[in-house]
Structure formats: C-alpha cells, structure tokens
Design a protein around this ligand. Structure first.
Ligand code: FAD
Ligand code: SF4
Ligand code: SF4
Length: 499
C-alpha cells in the first residue's frame, strides 16, 4: 500500500517543481526527455483514518502549479493514442497543451466540445482502462498509473471554471415548437436534455426519484463525487429552459405512450439505467441486516440515512460489515459502511486482486481507509439468530481455474472448505440488471433476453419516436459511456425533429 503523503508536502513539492519548470522554459521548449523527467503529480487527499469517518470528498484536487507541472509531462504525441482510449474522444493533447500554458478556460472549452460533464468524468471515469490506459508515458513506464493524469487535469479545469464563475452557457437555437421527453435523469438523460435544448426543443425530464442526477446522486457517494457538482449541472440545464418533473415513475404515473400522445411530446429518450440489484440467491438472504448495495447507498446518499437523528430511513446499525463483490459499487458500499459507524469492514471476493473490476484508485483508497480484502472466498449462506438478524456468513474457499468467457480465470470451489465469518450486516454488491417496468408497460419497445432495450446505430428503438441509451441499453456500464450514448441519441432525435 502506498504511503499517504500530506497535502502540505505535495503542494510544496509542486510549487518547487513549478518554479524549476518556469526556469527551464525560459531556456527554450522542453524536449521529450525533459518531459519524461518531470515527476507525476499525486492527487492530494485527506488523511485516510480521519476521512474514513467523514462524508466530505476524499480527493481535494490539484493546485494550479500541480496542474501546469502535470500537463508538461504530456509528450503531445502526434498519433494521440489517449484520444482513442476515451469513449467520446475528448481532444486530450489539445486541452492538456492549454493547461501547460496556464490557459484553463480554453482547456475546459476544448473538453466540452465532446464531453458535457468533465467535473464528473474527471472524478469517476475508469481512466486507467480508458484514456490513461493508452498513454505513451504510461506505456513507457509499463504502468497505466504512471500515465499523464488526464482525469485529474480534466477535473482541475472543470472545477476551476465553476469555482471562478467562468461557465459559459451554450447558445440555444430559436424555438422549434417541438417537445422532447427524457425518461431518467442520469448522465445519459442529462446529456440528451442538454443537446436537445440546444437545438431549440422544449425538453422535460421525468425522474422517479425526488432528486435529479441518477446514480451520480443516489449511488456514487458524496466522498467521491460531491452532490453539489451534480446539482450544478442540473441547475445549468434549468437555466437552458429544461423542465424537471420529479417523483414521476414512467410506467406508473403515466405510461410512455401517454406521455407521447396525451401530453403531446414529439420524441422521447429512455435513459432509465440499471437499477435492479442482483442477489446471490443463497439461504438467509432475507434476514434483517442483508442489503443490496443499491439500497444501502441510496439510503445513505439520497435519504441521508447517516443523519440518524433526522433521517426518515435511518441506516441499520452494524459494527462488522461484510461486502460481497469487487467492483466500484462494492468499494463504495464498503467505504460507506465505515462512515456509517462500522468498526470492521471485509470485502469478500471469489477471485483475487488481479481480477478486481473496480478502479485502481478506489481499491487503493478502500485499503488505506482500513477495508480488509478477503480473496478467494464466497458466501454460500447468511447466518441469522432467533430474531432473524444476521450474525455471520458461511463461505467456501476457492482457487483459480481456467479463464472464462470474460478472459478472467474462473474461481473453483475447494471441497470441504466451509468456514464462517462473524458479522452483523451483509451488503450484496454483485451488479445491477435493468428494471422491466418501462418495457412491460410500453408495447412495441423491444428488449433482449437480459432486459436491455435494443437500439440501432443512432440509438433509435423499435418504438416509433423513442430513442434509448446508457445502462438500460448497455447493462451496468460507466458514466462516460452513458453520456456518449446520450450524445448519439440526441443527434438522432434532433435529426428526426428537423425533418
Ligand atoms: P442512471 O444513472 O442509472 O440514471 C437512471 C435514472 O432513471 C435514475 O435516476 C432512475 O431513478 C431513473 N428511472 C428509472 N426508471 C424510471 C422510470 N420508470 N421513470 C422515471 N425515472 C426512472 N461509473 C463510472 O463511470 N465510474 C464510477 O466510479 C462508477 N461508480 C459507480 C458506483 C455505484 C454505486 C453505481 C451504482 C454505479 C457506478 N458507476 C460508475 C456506473 C454509472 O453510474 C452508470 O453507468 C451511469 O450512471 C449510467 O447512467 P444512465 O444515465 O444510463 O442511468
Ligand atoms: Fe478520460 Fe473520461 Fe475524460 Fe475521456 S472523459 S478523457 S475517458 S477522463
Ligand atoms: Fe499526452 Fe499521453 Fe496523450 Fe501522448 S498519449 S498525447 S503523452 S496524454
């Protein structure tokens, strides 16, 4: 585990590095060798043991000096491999070049040509598998962790723009007289709302929850993605004229067809995400103290369950929590458990660290905060007491066999390896499926066997006037992929409405 370095030291080191860089630049442009010699700028973060009890954001962001120094590590590769690693092809070398020159507004404007939500993507994109995974600097060091910190730089300029009131509202075309309904207010829906509003259409977003933002509000915790940043994006959309109808469950409050016919919408976008938690289907899963990660995180994030004195839905008190799974959702649930008062948190995963799908930074942060990883184990039963409350989980031990369809080595149970872990709550974080409500209540809207809405290359569905994108099409994926699909769908809707 990497040693935690205090923010004061990181800032001081960056300042010294910045001064050195300015001196060097006076002598002429940097050579690739000079750039490779610049030390990577670490992200300042709160001290692990203190922050594990706080909801405030763990990573506190680059200073100006750090951003400029880090940007100068970029080799400005002509073939731009990083761009092909980004699902929406952000013009990475171009925006980084502007940061290197201290032109932060120009940098963020370049990003916004392709990405609507840089402050969010800079924080939550799995960069090591995307843009940074392709970076020449990382490849030279044979480690994506050593790549130019594209995500941190993206976050820096987006935060700089917001905090310095430099946000420029997009130009909106004259009113088209057409109405677009957006179902779901996650990154896919918000992107469609922005792009269709820009084209002059009247846009209304229908959201089942009382707050807009989708998983960015109810799933990803405050300590990783401050909710004020998401709400800022929602407010910007309102300023662009987008209307929001919250507590509106399409398929119950109104069907999609009612929205299109009775309410006179000319086109609709479905971005309802993948919010249906998967369970393990093992004995004892109905005991008191077993939660889906979705429920656990929603209670904490959206319903402020941690505020035990005031919340209507307080969180179950648990001192020892076992979390099953190894993706971002599992890391979030485990880290949240500490913040809700747990003294011990174990992540149980049937493979090993190498196969964990979570972002490297989230795994590192969870470990620093004290989460204990138990590899090659998997629950087969949840154990309860006479009151029906969880008192432990029975697990089997595993070893790794041949690679499966995902390319990862598949876990093979070891006979006779049953053993128990004492705990008083278990959180199941094994991914999410799509909620069938909208598909069931919309005749003519086709989905595949997994319940994902089927679309063509422009995100058009089998239902006339309806487009879809994000997790409801892809299965549980990422913010940037949802945003990318929203962009494509909005282009399709705008083209259709222009006819
Ligand atoms: P969502 O964000 O799921 O939004 C869908 C919205 O539709 C929700 O607000 C829902 O209430 C609403 N809705 C659903 N049905 C209806 C209906 N019938 N009527 C009206 N409204 C409806 N991705 C990353 O890139 N990085 C991460 O670090 C990351 N961490 C994650 C952590 C957690 C805990 C979770 C759960 C997911 C995480 N993801 C992460 C995945 C990412 O958040 C999703 O891929 C992304 O939010 C999908 O966007 P979306 O717009 O398709 O749907
Ligand atoms: Fe990288 Fe995500 Fe930004 Fe693309 S949007 S450049 S993947 S951080
Ligand atoms: Fe810069 Fe890395 Fe992209 Fe090359 S691959 S342009 S070094 S960010």
């Amino acid at each position: 585990m990497a040693e935690h370095i205090s923010t004061e030291k990181l800032l001081a080191d960056a300042k010294a590095e910045y001064d050195k860089l300015q001196e060097k630049l006076k002598a002429g442009p940097l050579t690739p060798k000079d750039r490779m010699a610049i030390p990577q700028q670490q992200m300042p973060a709160q001290e692990p043991k203190t922050r594990a009890r706080l909801m405030t954001e763990v990573c506190t962001g680059y200073s100006k000096e750090m951003a400029v120094v880090e940007a100068n590590r970029c080799l400005q590769c002509k073939n731009m491999p990083c761009v092909s690693g980004c699902p929406v092809n952000v013009q990475i070398p171009q925006f980084i070049e502007q940061i290197a020159k201290g032109e932060f507004k120009k940098a963020v404007d370049i990003i916004k040509e392709t990405s609507l939500l840089p402050a969010i993507c800079g924080r939550v994109c799995p960069q090591e598998k995307q843009c940074q995974g392709q970076c020449t600097v990382g490849k030279t060091y044979k480690s994506a962790e050593k790549a130019v910190s594209i995500g941190r730089l993206e976050r820096f300029v987006a935060d700089w723009e917001r905090e310095n009131n430099q946000v420029t509202m997009p130009v909106i075309a004259s009113k088209s007289g057409k109405k677009v309904a957006v179902i779901g207010s996650g990154p896919a829906g918000l992107t469609v709302a922005a792009d269709c509003a820009r084209a002059g259409h009247e846009v209304t977003v229908f959201e089942a929850f009382h707050k807009a933002g989708g998983v960015m509000m109810y799933g990803i915790p405050e300590f990783r993605l401050p909710k004020a940043i998401v709400q800022n994006e929602v407010e910007n959309l309102k300023k662009m004229g987008v209307k929001f109808e919250q507590n509106f469950l399409v398929g119950r409050t109104n069907t999609l067809d009612q929205i299109l016919t009775e309410r006179g919408f000319d086109a609709a976008f479905v971005g309802t995400g993948a919010g249906l938690p998967k369970f393990m289907n093992i004995p004892g899963e109905n005991l008191i103290g077993v939660f889906s990660a979705n429920e656990y995180l929603t209670r904490a994030n959206l319903m402020k369950g941690y505020d035990k004195e005031h919340a209507d839905t307080p969180i179950y008190d648990a001192k020892h929590v076992v979390v099953c799974g190894a993706g971002n959702v599992a890391m979030d649930a485990a880290r949240m458990a500490f913040r809700l008062g747990a003294e011990q948190v174990d992540i149980v995963y049937r493979r090993t660290r190498n196969e964990m799908p979570a972002r490297i930074e989230e795994i590192a942060h969870a470990e620093e905060e004290g989460v204990n990883f138990r590899f090659l184990e998997n629950p087969v039963e949840v154990l309860g007491n006479e009151e029906g409350k969880v008192v432990g989980v029975r697990c089997l031990s595993y070893e790794l066999g041949e690679p499966d369809a995902s390319g990862r080595r598949s876990p093979v149970a070891i006979k006779g390896s049953e053993h128990d872990i004492e705990c008083d709550a278990m959180i199941v974080a094994l991914g999410n499926g799509s909620n069938p409500l909208l598909i069931k209540t919309t005749p003519g809207l086709n989905a595949d066997a997994k319940g994902h809405i089927t679309v063509d290359e422009k995100q058009a569905t089998s239902h006339a006037k309806v487009w879809a994108g994000g997790d409801i099409v892809l299965g549980a994926a990422t913010v940037i992929l949802a945003m990318g699909e929203g962009r494509k769908a909005a282009a399709g809707i705008n083209e259709y409405l222009a006819k």
